[in-house]
Structure formats: structure tokens, C-alpha cells
Design a protein around this ligand. Structure first.
Ligand code: SF4
Length: 370
């Protein structure tokens, strides 16, 4: 009976070594394989020129390097955002986005990949296109990693020989802010992040990896105990339970009185200052009174607030606020001594808000959203 091929990105370093040994190969071949996958960004086994042909033949038979196929590739008009819709092995689809940012302090460019962790999302925030698609399944560890590796290869393939910095570190940051709730797929996310961070993997610093959560309190407390020390972003969007319940059903399960202490605990355990994401919706949560409530809720906590505008969703009920409104909101946060920035969502012309490209694609294909 034919065995299913092994998806190599599902294996961590130890598991890869054990699997290579099981093929009758020497352990150092596993290290060579890792080099090709994570450091030299190989696109196929054939490219792995220092592996003997006999081993490459075995790999062709017994292993899969990649499982995802790009279906759509969209670039924003300003060239700063690129969004890919991928088809997975089982026919499901997901989205990932590459964003270029100029860091005005260091004059260095940041190349950030926003990745998905689930197909659909079980949390069902009322303003979110993904939330409206429902939940299909968790992504495998390999599928989480493959999104990042795809963009690494994409960038490296465009690099000229003089571009040493780009060739050395194609991707500078990863944010787990795409489709899905990362903490609802805890184990696969933890393992994928370990490989992103590991010296055997992509060697991204923990400070370069941000996990964004809607506020799953038990998993957030578990994450604080891990030796990962990721940057943390929390989708807040409202500072009272009454308003947050209207935006995010998760708040009924884990209200603010449980969420905020869990964020403070994360800060104490990891030393990472949490960022609270606050998307402004016109007439819903964008008044000066709402801003004062945020300032009151976060008073005395070492944190930052990211005010987000410009990410229109399909919903009529939740229209993004204007920049002018955001600036008024910001003024009230500053008055309450809350450090904050306004972020204008990137790539709105290519539907870079989470789940938007997939929603449109499903509509065009006349399929029901799964
Ligand atoms: S905003 Fe995030 S957590 Fe909420 S439904 Fe959308 S993907 Fe899920």
C-alpha cells in the first residue's frame, strides 16, 4: 500500500532528522535539507544540488515540499502591498499579504508578511469578512510556514546580486493577522512560530513576529508561559462590554474584566508591551466618549493603541471612520496619556482587509462562502 507523502514543513528539526534516518540516510542530510528549505529558499527538490540524486529521488517519492498553489496575485496601485489567494491541497483557499514599509527612523525597508492561521474563522466578529465566511478548518503547521516561504522566494527571485541585504533577509517581519484566530489553532501556530524563530528555520527574531488575537483568555495565559516572547496585538475595538459584545461575540465568553488582566500578565511574564488594535467604525465606536473609555480602561498599563481606519468591509453597518474622526479620537487618547498611532490600512484597493479577496473570489465563482 502506498504511504501518503510527508509534508516536510509539518516537521520540526528533530522530526525531520528522524524521518531522514528512517529513509536509511545519514542525519546530516536533514541539516542539508533544512538549509535548502529555509536558508536557500529552494523551490523544488531538483534544485538541491548537493544532495545525491538517489536521495532526491527518494524525496520525490516520499515527500512534499510545497502543497499550495497561488490562484490570484494582486498588487496595490502604489506597489506597496501584494496579496495572494492560495489554493490548498484539499481545494480550500486562504489569503496572505506582503507589505512594504519605509522605516523613517532607520531608512530601512520593512517587508512584512501577514499570514492566515485558519480557513475561515470560528470567532465570527460581526465587522469581519472572514468572520462572515464561518469556520472550515485549522491550517497545518506547514501551511502556516509555506505562506512565509512563498514570499521569501518571490522576493529573492527579484533580487539583483548587489542587493545583499534583501538576499540575506527577504522578509523582516511576520504578523499572524490574516484569516483565523491564531490562538484557536494553538499547537500548529506554536510549532510554526518556533520554526520561524529557530536557527534551523528562518531565524526571525521574536520581536519581528506579532501574534494578533481577538482575546482567547486561557490560550493567551498559556502563551505567556511559552519561551516564545512574541509581540502581542489584541483586537480591542471597544472599551465597554456592552459595545464590544456588539462587535465581537467572543467578548461574551471572555469579557474585558478577564481579557485585560490576561494582557497585563503577558506583559509581566514576557516583557512585551501589548498593542491594542482599535478599528474605528463610523458612529459605532469612534466618539470622544469612546476614546475616553479606552483611556480609562488602559490607564496605567504599559501598552500602545493602534487606531485603524480605511478597511471597508462588505457590511453596511460597519463603515470605516474618516481620518479627521480618527485624529479627534487620537487627541482624546493622548489627553488620557495613552500612547497611540493611527494606522491607515494598506492595500484597500486590492481588498487587503482580512478575508475580503476570498469573499469576492467566492462570490465571482458563485460558490457559497464556506
Ligand atoms: S477579526 Fe479576526 S478573530 Fe474576528 S472573525 Fe475576523 S479573522 Fe476571526
Amino acid at each position: 500500500m502506498n504511504k501518503q507523502p510527508v509534508y516536510l514543513l509539518d516537521l520540526n528539526s528533530e522530526e525531520l532528522k528522524a524521518w531522514v534516518l528512517s529513509l536509511g540516510e545519514k542525519a546530516y542530510r536533514a541539516a542539508q535539507l533544512e538549509q535548502w528549505i529555509y536558508k536557500k529558499s529552494a523551490g523544488s527538490f531538483e534544485e538541491m544540488s548537493d544532495l545525491p540524486q538517489s536521495f532526491r529521488n527518494k524525496l520525490q517519492q516520499a515527500a512534499l515540499l510545497f502543497t499550495m498553489t497561488p490562484l490570484e496575485d494582486k498588487k496595490s496601485a502604489d506597489g506597496q502591498t501584494r496579496k495572494i489567494l492560495f489554493k490548498l491541497e484539499d481545494g480550500q483557499t486562504l489569503e496572505s499579504t506582503l507589505m512594504f514599509y519605509e522605516n523613517t527612523n532607520s531608512h530601512r525597508e520593512r517587508r512584512t508578511v501577514c499570514i492566515s492561521t485558519q480557513v475561515g474563522c470560528p470567532v465570527g466578529c460581526y465587522f469581519c469578512a472572514t468572520g462572515q465566511q464561518g469556520f472550515v478548518r485549522n491550517l497545518r503547521q506547514g501551511e502556516i510556514l509555506e505562506q512565509v516561504l512563498y514570499f521569501v522566494r518571490l522576493i529573492k527571485n527579484t533580487v539583483t546580486t548587489e542587493d545583499r541585504e534583501l538576499a540575506r533577509k527577504a522578509i523582516t517581519n511576520v504578523v499572524l493577522m490574516g484569516m483565523g484566530e491564531p490562538l484557536a489553532n494553538y499547537e500548529n501556530v506554536r510549532r510554526a512560530v518556533e520554526t520561524l524563530n529557530s536557527k534551523h528555520g528562518l531565524e526571525l527574531g521574536a520581536r519581528q513576529i506579532t501574534l494578533s488575537t481577538s482575546g482567547l483568555v486561557p490560550q493567551l495565559r498559556q502563551l505567556a508561559e511559552e519561551n516564545l516572547h512574541l509581540e502581542l496585538a489584541i483586537s480591542l475595538h471597544a472599551a465597554t462590554d456592552e459595545l464590544r459584545n456588539r462587535l465581537m461575540p467572543i467578548n461574551r465568553k471572555y469579557p474585558l474584566a478577564e481579557l485585560i488582566p490576561a494582557c497585563v500578565n503577558y506583559l509581566e511574564k514576557t516583557g512585551r508591551r501589548p498593542t491594542f488594535e482599535y478599528a474605528l467604525f463610523e458612529g459605532v465606536n469612534d466618539s470622544p466618549q469612546n476614546a475616553r473609555e479606552v483611556a480609562e480602561l488602559l490607564k496605567g498599563i504599559n501598552c500602545a493603541v493602534n487606531i485603524i481606519i480605511g478597511n471597508p468591509t462588505a457590511s453596511l453597518e460597519f463603515k470605516s471612520s474618516s481620518l479627521a474622526q480618527a485624529q479627534i479620537f487620537q487627541k482624546h487618547l493622548f489627553a488620557g496619556s495613552i500612547f497611540n498611532t493611527i494606522r491607515i490600512s494598506k492595500g484597500t484597493d486590492i481588498e487587503a482587509g482580512c478575508g475580503q479577496l476570498k469573499s469576492r473570489w467566492l462570490k465571482e465563482k458563485d460558490e457559497p462562502a464556506k
